[in-house]
Ligand binder design. Sequence first.
Ligand code: SF4
Length: 110
Amino acid sequence: MKYQLATHSDTIDWRQEAECRKHYDLLRGGGDPWFPPPGKSTEVNDKALKICFSCPVQQQCLEYALEKKELKAGIFGGKTPTERQYIFKKQQQAKGIKTKTRKKRKAKTS
Ligand code: SF4
């Protein structure tokens, strides 16, 4: 095995292969294209998305985000939060799990 974590001896850590690790230069100057400040997401995310689309572990990254319910912010696996929310919802539906709609959530909190 090429990469191993001490805590997961039989698991290759896909993050070692992440394309974004090669682009720390983009983080200089206070910006993070994977987690842009509110209101700047469209223009800044394009940089991140281009890199994600050439990433060899894009699928693992997406699966990780869905498993950890990273659905509200940032780019994971070449997908925006809206795209991940959609995929997550479809996965839940395929498993027969009902997801809460905004209407139901709102009614529950009020
Ligand atoms: S898919 Fe994008 S965010 Fe995920 S590891 Fe690859 S480059 Fe990084």
